[in-house]
Design a protein around this ligand. Structure first.
Ligand SMILES: [Zn+2]
Length: 420
């Protein structure tokens, strides 16, 4: 299974240092344009393959999702990173009228083509410090569909056509997503294009999977994003819907990647054919595109045996009473040694960098565990972990641990697959 980390502008050193712990990097376009220097340094110095998420779904939903309060005037303002992106994409109408793009804007064929071209060009150029003349040479090559004679520096391994959030197959934003994917394929036949499907939980059904396979049959890879999917709080039926949705697509011959937040659950979908996960480094476990992001994990610590992040204060108490729950990744082993096995000193010794380093280390271990073990051994592991958690009364240590339902749902999901 492939592990792809989403860059937030802050993990340049981390992703460089741990370059052998993951497969590739996703750069959200607004991050790429706002943190231009760290982004190009990350791309050139990590040497890892990358692609750019054009973030176009954010341009057609209420702007509050990409705004934040100005610290001085207290007024809601579009985030600077998105202001830059909107200019780059040539849709300054958003800024002038202070409202998102409307489906009607896309009825103009010229606007549509220009929008697509700018978005593809942005992705092509992000990894390079190449001059404008080279850009047009490259475009010329691409338009002619010929393999380039020129060396352009680093290029993304996928290009993502514009995409939008949808709730059904009849949703005009779904139809526009399909239209853009096909148009991109026609205009840029030599590029490796991978559509993103940014969708509602309610759209996770069989009919829609079959519709997508039909509509996007000329593509061999899809990225799925399910809005506001919370791996611990969703009902068993929603969790199953996602797993079987992915299974259907992969059985239809597609390589499917899941753009998830930071949770463990996505790894379990390996057994349903998932090709890879795209996650943030130590961010919350779910994401809603309609609400603004507030930043990272706030220094909480990922507890691998519970598959959850809790605050460092909570982690101290948890580890004090239950040292056997401690993580044994390289970062943690070293820190444990330095702290002479004192759980308080141990937790105190984490800074932002090591919190994330621990996350990257342990996520790789978890991935390998799932790949190398079979579904039965993973099932046993989850059952064991839940038993220990109950026996140890871990609900006492954090509000987030009050319900261990999520273990039951994940266990039932795997049992369901085994029983097929
Ligand atoms: Zn660790």
């Amino acid at each position: 299974m492939k592990l792809i980390y989403s860059f937030s502008g802050k993990e340049k050193e981390l992703l460089r240092k741990y370059r052998d712990k993951y497969d590739s990097i996703m750069i959200p376009a607004n991050i790429g344009i706002h943190f231009r220097v760290p982004t190009s340094e990350l791309i050139s110095k990590s040497g890892k393959p990358f692609f750019v998420d054009p973030m176009t779904d954010r341009l057609v939903i209420p702007l509050s999702a990409i705004s934040k309060k100005d610290s001085k005037s207290k007024e809601e303002r579009l985030k600077l990173s998105f202001q830059k992106l909107i200019k780059e994409y040539g849709c300054t109408k958003i800024l002038e009228e202070n409202k998102p793009l409307d489906i009607k804007d896309f009825s103009d064929d010229n606007f549509k083509r220009r929008f697509l071209r700018r978005i593809i060009r942005f992705q092509a150029n992000l990894g390079n410090d190449i001059s404008a003349s080279q850009i047009s040479l490259r475009e010329y090559d691409t338009i002619l569909g010929r393999k380039s004679q020129h060396s352009y520096g680093r290029e993304p391994f996928w290009y993502i056509p514009p995409y939008f959030y949808f709730e059904s197959l009849t949703d005009p934003w779904y139809q526009l997503t399909v239209e853009f994917a096909k148009l991109a394929k026609r205009i840029y036949p030599s590029l490796r294009l991978c559509p993103i499907l940014s969708m509602s939980k309610d759209a996770l059904d069989r009919k829609i999977a079959i519709g997508i396979l039909e509509d996007l049959r000329e593509f061999d890879t899809y990225i799925i994003f399910v809005n506001d999917f919370d791996e611990r709080k969703e009902s068993l039926s929603t969790i199953k819907s996602l797993a079987y949705f992915i299974k259907l697509l992969t059985e239809g011959g597609k390589q499917v990647y899941l753009k998830h937040s930071g949770g463990f659950f996505a790894l379990l979908l390996y057994y349903f054919g998932l090709e890879g996960i795209i996650i943030g480094v130590d961010v919350g476990e779910h994401k809603n595109i309609f609400t603004p992001t507030t930043g990272g994990g706030g220094g909480s610590l990922y507890i691998p045996k519970l598959h959850i992040r809790i605050s460092r204060a909570e982690a101290k108490l948890l580890y004090q009473d239950n040292p056997e729950l401690r993580c044994k990744c390289n970062v943690c082993n070293e820190k444990w040694k330095d702290a002479n096995g004192d759980p308080l000193k141990f937790v105190d010794s984490f800074d932002d960098f090591s919190v994330k380093a621990h996350f990257v280390e342990i996520r790789t271990k978890e991935k390998e565990l799932i790949e190398n073990g079979d579904i039965n051994s993973t099932l046993m592991m989850l059952k064991n972990e839940k038993e220990i958690a109950e026996f140890r009364n871990i609900a006492l240590y954090s509000k987030r641990l009050r319900s261990l339902d999520y273990f039951d749902k994940w266990i039932k999901l795997l049992e369901d697959l085994i029983s097929l």
